[in-house]
Design a protein around this ligand. Structure first.
Ligand SMILES: [Zn+2]
Ligand SMILES: [Zn+2]
Length: 89
């Protein structure tokens, strides 16, 4: 089972079958990290869904509306056009 910090806990039982104390498993899961690109918290072991734009946000000019240079999406909050791995801070 996982607690909020991502540590793994094993329930232990003594020789009489009684439930013992919680002890930390020998190999705790990696703690969650925050992505510097999209701000989402993720577990390094499940790192594959960072949506972002590869290009730059281009403010409107006299001749065209504001848009993303990479995919021409016109909304700043449009979901990213590029799916990549998160980058931990
Ligand atoms: Zn884009
Ligand atoms: Zn990300």
């Amino acid at each position: 089972m996982l607690d909020g910090k991502g540590a793994v806990w094993d329930d232990t039982y003594d020789q009489f079958g009684q439930r013992g104390a919680h002890v930390r498993a020998t190999e705790p899961a990696a703690p969650a990290a925050r992505c510097v690109r999209c701000g989402v918290r993720f577990h390094p072991n499940h790192n594959y869904k960072c949506r972002r734009h590869k290009g730059a946000w281009q403010p409107a000019t006299a001749t065209r509306a504001a848009r993303w240079s990479c995919c021409a999406a016109v909304g700043r909050e449009e979901p990213g056009c590029h799916l990549a791995m998160h980058t931990a801070e």
